[in-house]
Design a protein around this ligand. Structure first.
Ligand SMILES: Nc1ncnc2c1ncn2[C@@H]1O[C@H](COP(=O)(O)OP(=O)(O)O)[C@@H](O)[C@H]1O
Ligand code: SF4
Ligand SMILES: [Mg+2]
Length: 325
């Protein structure tokens, strides 16, 4: 099937070890060139497992389904193909910049390593590393290129990791909780930087987060995951204006309101998300949902169906939309 999507994920499922329980259960989504997509959901909903499995980075996982990058199948692909795509065509930024960096190599060495492996001379690769550090806003880049990761603050370290991810000019940048380890002021700077780099390079961006607030200003489209499933997909503006699933509404209700003071407790959704292998019958969200009807508790989790401006997996959508106005 021909698709205009640069990345097309279809019925992706992930199981760990010997377990038959699916941590990711048949998710499908697409990403177009230059698009910014947010994937959000509470911790444990399967966001990281999905992304790492697409890139073949989960050693102990059984992965089923399809993930095509420019029409090339990544699921089950050999390392030769994956090594051509990982880092080079799809860059990855993870939550902990310390873990992503080697403490005993200078940041310049680490940013330029991939370029040198692709045949660049040492001088040219190092000059490009300096240029990238300047681009991501590291001051005195020509000196700092010789510094080690521990000589940078948390925010600056994440900028170095972004420079590393951009070094080979990828078509997609995937950032998994890129700002969770950073304080709020620095979070915005790092998100602004990624968005601006995507726009200037025509690169697609996927931001994964447990905090919808992080992507409230940054993505074109948002996918909401709950217990291994996608429960809503919508444009960002529509999702914040009129969510299509009670779980999304629950996440939005937990966001701080304007004028919220630091001492004020934030609301949380009551109860806990289920763990793989211990899922409730019917809609997986029903034990926590304020709109539950008897019909929600039987059979399988409702499928994701197109409705109005997006897709939703709630069988009581009309009731929800009416009562949540
Ligand atoms: N390597 C692993 N081995 C076993 N279970 C895992 C592993 N990684 C993740 N899981 C389980 O898969 C589920 C989804 O995890 P994850 O994708 O990390 O969630 P998220 O990124 O949304 O917080 C969780 O229940 C988690 O415990
Ligand atoms: S299907 Fe039922 S339980 Fe699930 S989100 Fe909709 S109303 Fe709530
Ligand atoms: Mg995660």
């Amino acid at each position: 099937m021909q698709s205009s999507n640069i990345l097309e994920v279809e019925s992706l499922s992930v199981r760990f070890g010997e377990s038959r329980a699916k941590a990711v259960d048949g998710i499908s989504f697409g990403l177009t060139k230059g698009e910014t997509l947010g994937i959000a959901g509470e911790s444990g909903s399967g966001k990281t497992a999905s992304i790492l499995s697409i890139l073949g980075l989960h050693q102990r996982a059984t992965v089923e389904g399809s993930a095509q990058f420019e029409g090339q199948e990544l699921i089950g692909a050999d390392n030769k193909l994956l090594n051509k795509i990982r880092g080079k065509r799809i860059g990855l930024v993870l939550q902990d910049p310390f873990a992503a960096l080697d403490p005993v190599k200078t940041v310049g060495h680490q940013i330029s390593e991939g370029l040198r492996a692709s045949g660049w001379s040492k001088k040219r690769a190092m000059n490009h590393a300096i240029h990238l550090l300047e681009e991501v806003g590291v001051p005195s880049a020509s000196q700092r290129v010789n510094a080690y990761p521990h000589q940078f603050s948390g925010g600056m370290r994440q900028r170095v990791v972004i420079a590393m991810a951009l070094a080979q000019d990828p078509d997609i940048l995937i950032a998994d909780e890129p700002t969770t380890a950073l304080d709020v002021r620095i979070q915005k700077q790092v998100l602004d930087l990624m968005k601006q780099q995507c726009e200037s390079r025509g690169m697609s961006l996927v931001i994964i987060t447990h905090d919808l607030g992080v992507i409230s200003n940054y993505t074109d489209r948002i996918v909401i995951m709950y217990a291994g499933k996608i429960v809503e997909e919508s444009s960002r503006l529509k999702l914040f204006d009129q969510p299509l699933h009670p779980y999304t509404q629950g996440l939005l209700d937990c966001l701080p309101t304007l004028g919220h003071s630091e001492n004020e407790y934030l609301k949380t959704i009551g109860g806990q998300p289920p763990i793989p292998g211990k899922l409730p019958s019917g809609c997986r969200y029903h034990p926590r949902c304020a709109f539950t009807e008897p019909a929600c508790t039987n059979g399988n989790n409702p499928p994701l169906v197109p409705v109005k401006w997006g897709r939703s997996a709630c069988i009581q959508l009309e009731k929800f939309l009416k009562e949540s106005q």
